[in-house]
Design a protein around this ligand. Structure first.
Ligand SMILES: NC(=O)C1=CN([C@@H]2O[C@H](COP(=O)(O)OP(=O)(O)OC[C@H]3O[C@@H](n4cnc5c(N)ncnc54)[C@H](O)[C@@H]3O)[C@@H](O)[C@H]2O)C=CC1
Ligand SMILES: C[C@H](O)[C@@H]1OC(=O)[C@H](O)[C@@H]1O
Length: 256
């Protein structure tokens, strides 16, 4: 098992990519902290994931908290240490992408997106890194960034800077934390069918267009991203830091 004896925190783990990542980490032997929004729906989903994990003999707890709140990272770390004694891997996954045009972008949509996807993440990564430094045996931090860190989206002008920001944060943290043995990397998913884009991809033309642009011929599924996250979390990637891994079925390189 790739993550035996490690404690892994995954934010936004109630559904989608985060849920798949948390489940796969548990399958690989990790003790998992399921971060979720704290809403009743999020809490219920987190408990159902705990049941799934327990059913195959894994261990997990849930912690609710708004990813935009700078204190949520501390809360996740404290719960991990209390339940499992350590934090070895931190996966920053929680995020939103409310599609909206640029010229009339409401300030509150812009600020909510930046606060949820980037500002809260900064302090959560800081909290996890301090815990790993104090433990003295290194660790791994993985940001779920996006192909959108590298390319734009006309309806994503508030979103793509947050993904570029996470990508850049991992590069700088790789330098800041390398001497503590803490590796920092990002995964850059392409288009993965989840709740975040359910409405956008309900448009059949858009769905067909995004599928046709993907050389592997299909959109991604959450489990497609879980494996690369586990790899970067594991000692298999022990000399990988400051890297970003596209998980996009070839979408990014498909110019013509
Ligand atoms: N689905 C896709 O095509 C892609 C998704 N991503 C990124 O993957 C990450 C996960 O998204 P998906 O699984 O696709 O979508 P999703 O909507 O299924 O999951 C998002 C998760 O984040 C949580 N979340 C949202 N706001 C939160 C808040 N304020 N506090 C705490 N938790 C909050 C949600 O509860 C949910 O668990 C996001 O950061 C997204 O930007 C990146 C590239 C592509
Ligand atoms: C929400 C989008 O469909 C999704 O999120 C991203 O980061 C990429 O832009 C994907 O298309």
């Amino acid at each position: 098992m790739l993550l035996a004896d490690k404690t892994v925190i995954v934010t936004g783990a109630s559904r989608g990519i985060g849920r798949a990542a948390a489940r796969e980490c548990a399958r690989q032997g990790a003790r998992v902290v399921i971060g979720h929004s704290g809403s009743s729906q999020g809490t219920e989903a987190a408990y159902s994931l705990i049941e799934e994990i327990k059913a195959f003999g894994g261990q997990a707890i849930e912690v609710g908290g708004d990813a935009a709140d700078p204190d949520t990272g501390d809360k996740l770390v404290a719960a991990a240490v209390q339940a499992f004694g350590s934090v070895d891997v931190f996966v920053n996954n929680a995020g939103i992408c409310p599609f909206h045009s640029f010229l009339d972008m409401p300030r509150e949509v812009y600020l909510k997106t930046i606060n949820t996807n980037l500002n809260g993440a900064y302090f959560a990564v800081q909290a996890a890194a301090n815990q790993m430094k104090n433990q003295g045996r290194g660790g791994a931090i993985i940001a779920v960034s996006s192909i959108s860190a590298l390319v734009g989206g006309g309806m994503q002008t508030h979103y793509t800077p947050t993904k570029a920001g996470l990508h850049s944060l991992m590069q700088s943290c790789a330098i800041a934390l390398g001497s503590y043995g803490i590796r920092c990397n990002s995964v850059l998913p392409g288009t993965i069918a989840t709740d975040i884009n359910k409405d956008d991809l309900a448009d059949e033309e858009k769905l067909a267009y995004m599928t046709s642009r993907t050389p592997l011929g299909r959109l991604g599924e959450p489990d497609d991203v879980a494996g690369p996250i586990v790899f970067l979390a594991s000692d298999m990637a022990r000399y990988v830091t400051g890297a970003s891994l596209l998980v996009d079925g070839g979408l990014f390189v498909n110019l013509q």
